[in-house]
Design a protein around this ligand. Structure first.
Ligand code: ATP
Ligand code: MG
Length: 330
């Protein structure tokens, strides 16, 4: 039996090249080596208010982006978190073994809470729900961007605590980061991670941006006061542009150095834009094909949920038995 992979994306805005390079692209590469489950984590999205009239459409859009990236629905399950109630059930049980202090220390909680007038309890509980997503499927590998590494560590801490209180129950999941592109920074501010939820037209290149918009955003990216690329002292904006190029182009460090050393920033940006657009165009063509077939995405999601629900339910049953909770399913 193949080991299991689990990962997810929130349908909380427009997916960007950081999501592709940090997560989706990596999923596509490894999916066939594992039994793979890729999830649209809508219950995570609502930890911060989402325009509810748009959320449902965003869920299907995100699934279509998974397919356009190359996730093979015959092999990998693509599913929506809220379609499998076991995610919420297990989250509650794990909440009861998670000290509040562990959650209050999370970087994402602290930075997202700062942007909210009222901080929902869900925002604090977010990493417990994420632990439930992963542990529910006894996933061995979780391919994510670097920003999620802390939540993965917490997932292992929660699993360990549960196992020591109630006996061996959960597989310890390993974090899998891409070698390049694990943390793409904002193009307007290279000190902040590129995020779906960040405001500002110059912040991100979305996967569905028309090529001329993508080019404009890259050409306006923040760099520094030097005129040309100097690998001895790279500013964060230039380093980010080089990272984006290298991750899309799969170039070696040596090739990057010899090609870009001394290149003026204007030329660097033009080459980054060409590289990004050469990947976005075929991707967007596949997206249009996928979404033109009415009912296709919904059927992929239905099949995905049907395939994974028995795994999820059997973990919930096991956890209930371990904790002494009531279950009729023996
Ligand atoms: P939000 O602002 O709504 O949190 P996000 O851009 O952080 O959006 P998520 O849905 O939280 O996206 O994360 C989906 C996946 O993309 C995760 O695996 C995450 O680690 C990865 N990811 C997110 N941002 C980046 C980034 N800037 N660089 C690389 N990977 C990223
Ligand atoms: Mg995020």
């Amino acid at each position: 039996m193949k080991a299991r992979v689990f990962s997810g994306v929130q349908p909380s805005g427009n997916l960007h090249i950081g999501n592709y390079l940090g997560a989706l692209g990596n999923w596509v590469k490894i999916q066939h080596d594992y039994e793979s489950i890729f999830c649209i984590v809508d219950m995570h999205a609502v930890t911060i208010y989402q325009p509810h009239e748009e959320l449902r459409a965003k869920i299907e859009e995100t699934a279509a982006l998974f397919l356009a990236a190359g996730i093979d629905p015959k092999h990998s399950s693509i599913m929506v978190q809220s379609a499998v109630p076991a995610h919420a059930e297990l989250a509650w049980m794990l909440t009861c073994v998670t000290p509040v202090g562990w959650l209050e220390r999370m970087t994402q909680y602290k930075s997202k809470a700062e942007t909210q007038q009222t901080v929902s309890d869900g925002l604090l509980q977010y990493p417990v729900l994420m632990a439930a997503d992963i542990l529910l499927y006894q996933a061995a590998i979780v391919p994510v961007g670097e920003d999620q590494a802390q939540h993965l560590e917490l997932t292992r801490d929660i699993a360990q605590r549960f196992n020591s209180l109630y006996g061996e129950t959960f597989v310890m999941p390993q974090t899998s980061l891409p070698a390049v592109g694990a943390r793409i920074m904002g193009l307007d501010d290279p000190t902040a991670k590129m995020s779906k939820s960040a405001a500002g037209a110059g912040h991100a290149v979305a996967l569905l941006d028309p090529p001329d918009r993508a080019r404009k955003t890259i050409m306006r990216a923040t760099t520094d006061s030097s005129p040309a690329v100097d690998f001895a002292k790279l500013g964060p904006g230039v380093e980010n542009l080089l990272n984006i190029f290298q991750a899309f182009g799969a170039w070696s460090d040596e090739k990057m150095r010899s090609h870009f050393s001394g290149m003026r920033y204007g030329d660097l940006k033009k080459q980054v834009a060409d590289m990004v657009i050469s990947h976005l165009e075929p991707f967007q063509k596949r997206y249009r094909e996928i979404t033109s077939e009415s009912g296709y995405v919904a059927s992929v999601l239905r099949q995905g949920a049907e395939r994974v629900a028995p795994i999820a339910n059997s973990t919930v049953d096991l956890v209930k038995r371990r904790m002494g909770l009531y279950t009729e399913r023996a």
